[in-house]
Write a protein of this length. Structure first.
Length: 188
């Protein structure tokens, strides 16, 4: 674990692109720039593996990371040639999960949570309505950009990743906002 943490610190200090492997998906990695690191969480400014553009942020629990390695693909060069640079999110609190969730919710329209231990291939996107010591209430938005009527409860102990500000989340928000405006216009 110490070697992985040391490598994350080095990636952050030197601005190097890093791949993170978690035990839920040992043959699959996420990669990006380390823009935040605490005793419990690492925050990456992620990269879309298809387009090689910076694309949102992902916070991972350190205890789930089984391997890290510096990326050797052409992604870093492509980003540099495009003028894309990782951006630190100074208002993202990484001290604990409630702080991470509340700060992401305060600064971004949608928050994406993952429960990889229970549902490895699922995520839940929406707005946080309430955080208690043990649970978070998330009003979910569907893939059709429609809001669910009632919030869904998630135990904090099962949340393994918090993501926000990706192109997908932005698209959902834009469509949902447009639908809301159109509905208000129809009512007038």
């Amino acid at each position: 674990m110490k070697k992985r943490i040391r490598r994350l610190h080095e990636a952050q200090e030197k601005g190097r692109l890093i791949r993170v492997y978690r035990h839920f998906h040992p043959d699959w990695s996420d990669y990006g720039y380390v823009v935040g690191l605490s005793d419990e969480w690492v925050l990456l400014h992620g990269i879309d593996g298809n387009s090689l553009h910076l694309n949102g942020y992902q916070a991972y629990r350190l205890k789930d990371i089984v391997k890290t390695r510096f990326d050797k693909s052409c992604a870093e060069r492509a980003l540099r040639l495009r003028g894309e640079r990782a951006v630190r999110q100074p208002d993202t609190l990484l001290v604990d999960l409630p702080g991470l969730l509340s700060s992401a919710n305060a600064h971004f329209p949608l928050v994406n949570i993952h429960l990889d231990e229970r549902e490895p291939d699922s995520c839940y996107i929406g707005r946080i309505e309430k955080i208690t010591r043990k649970k978070v209430l998330l009003r979910e938005i569907t893939s059709e950009a429609r809001w669910n009527d009632s919030p869904h409860r998630f135990p904090l102990k099962h949340i393994t990743c918090v993501a926000f500000a990706s192109g997908y989340e932005e698209a959902l928000w834009l469509v949902a906002e447009q639908e809301q405006r159109l509905a208000e216009e129809r009512e007038q």
